[in-house]
Write a protein that binds this ligand. Structure first.
Ligand code: URP
Ligand code: ZN
Length: 435
């Protein structure tokens, strides 16, 4: 069956135009005015007054992430359902091996876990240690189509890397022609500070942000950029949360280094006032990096608008209140993370486009096109054009919603955007040509 989308306003990152779109066998096969359905079996979708945009690509999610509090509460089925509901048709999650496990073994295992995903699903691969075979393992990943690698400077006791290993991994990824994505927070400094706070009896969630100050992120950003430069490896800095970090990113970009930056809706829209209150009110916001100041929100919005930040991921990693309660008496034991995959596009539309902070084309660029370009999915994805995959959002510009854990599709009883109003929602989501 063919799909004919009539009278919508196509929005790409570089152009906006009113046109019809014809889809067959999962691909966009024609764009033009007055395309007529040529058989009774063609399905026609009226997109009058709607935007027709490339399906969202969320380049940073953690479904079914193991933690001492159990797996993050969305598996690939529930998480991908939530994603589709919000207009995201492609997810990029992570392969994180066990110590001693080869990267290819870990990839095979993760692929099985992700088999029930309803979206297109890809992975960044995380070397969590160095061994003699690592360079070859990275090359093999690359040959098998895994070209993006993720390293952690935080979480030193589990998956975080020391600087010498970080450099070796970056050199290997650079040599293979891949890209390194980095969680920038100084792990050792954080561990020291959080233990000091705990020793002093400062154990409630409000101490989580105090144990991971913005300067630890900024210093890690600076260091990661320097190491990537030395290793001749393109670097993508995940979830940038602070103004201080932007300085180093801008500097490196101005010097011509391949440095890309991502932020998340929570760092644009929420601030550290969320850590004031009782455990139930504050624990949902325990994530790393933590929420920062309003000034940081503003600086990040500017960086999105001026192109310093090129993508918005969610770092979707929900935990239920019961799971968060593992750290009821010690914030260090609260599993880090929060959901958001369902809300990313509506939040950015409402608080970015409708407030005039970003144009509708920039909105498409940061929710879809740039992630496709950076992670090797373009032009199959990230654009509405003939030959592209039919991953399409038909966007109702008017429909209002109030976000709530009672109505969201994520498998979680809390939502960090509880009560937040949005305007605009997908009317229809098309994934590989299927509604
Ligand atoms: O708090 C967070 N972000 N949890 C998910 C894991 C990570 O650090 O990205
Ligand atoms: Zn993450």
């Amino acid at each position: 069956m063919r799909l004919l989308i009539k009278n919508g306003t196509i929005v790409n990152s570089d152009v906006t135009l009113v046109s019809d779109v014809l889809v067959e066998e999962g691909k966009i096969i024609k764009i033009g005015n007055n395309i007529q359905p040529n058989s009774l079996s063609d399905k026609v979708i009226d997109a009058t007054d709607c935007y027709v945009m490339p399906g969202g690509i969320d380049p940073h999610v953690h479904m079914h992430l193991p933690s001492p509090a159990g797996f993050s509460s969305d598996d690939f089925l529930s998480g991908s359902k939530a994603a589709l509901q919000g207009g995201t048709t492609t997810l990029i999650d992570f392969v994180t091996p066990q110590k001693g496990q080869s990267l290819s073994d870990a990839i095979d295992q993760r692929k099985l876990e992700a088999a029930k995903s309803l979206t297109n699903t890809y992975f960044h691969v995380s070397p969590i240690e160095w061994r003699n075979s690592m360079e070859e393992e990275i090359e093999t990943c690359f040959k098998n189509g895994f070209k993006s690698f993720k390293v952690y400077m935080a979480y030193k006791s589990s998956i975080g890397l020391n600087d010498d290993v970080l450099l070796k991994v970056m050199k290997a990824v650079g040599k293979a022609g891949g890209i390194i994505t980095v969680h920038c927070e100084l792990g050792d400094d954080i561990d020291e500070l959080r233990d000091k706070l705990a020793d002093e009896g400062s154990l409630s969630p409000e101490y989580h942000p105090l144990s991971r100050p913005a300067k630890f992120e900024a210093k890690a950003v600076k260091k990661a950029i320097e190491l990537a430069n030395k290793a001749n490896c393109p670097i993508y800095i995940v979830h940038v949360s602070s103004e201080e970090s932007l300085k180093y990113i801008k500097e490196a970009q101005a010097n011509g280094q391949a440095v890309m930056a991502e932020t998340c809706p929570q760092y644009l829209l929420l601030n550290d006032s969320k850590y004031l209150g009782n455990f139930e009110q504050t624990a949902p916001y325990v994530m790393s990096p933590p929420l920062r100041k309003k000034e940081d929100n503003n600086a990040l919005w500017k960086a999105v608008a001026d192109g310093t930040i090129v993508t918005i991921g969610t770092d979707h990693c929900p935990f239920t209140l019961n799971q968060k309660e593992r750290g009821k008496h010690d914030f260090r034991s609260i599993p880090n993370g929060a959901g958001g995959v369902e809300h990313r596009i509506a939040l950015l539309y409402t608080y970015g486009v409708l407030t005039g902070k970003i144009s509708i084309n920039k909105f498409v660029e940061i929710t879809s096109t740039n992630a496709a370009k950076i992670f090797g999915l373009f032009p199959a994805k990230g654009i509405i054009e003939v030959g592209a995959d039919a991953d399409i959002i038909i966007w109702d510009k008017q429909k209002e919603n109030i976000i709530s854990a009672l109505s969201h599709h994520s498998n979680c009883d809390i939502n960090i955007y509880e009560g937040v109003k949005t305007v605009g929602t997908p009317k229809v989501v098309i994934l590989n040509g299927l509604v």
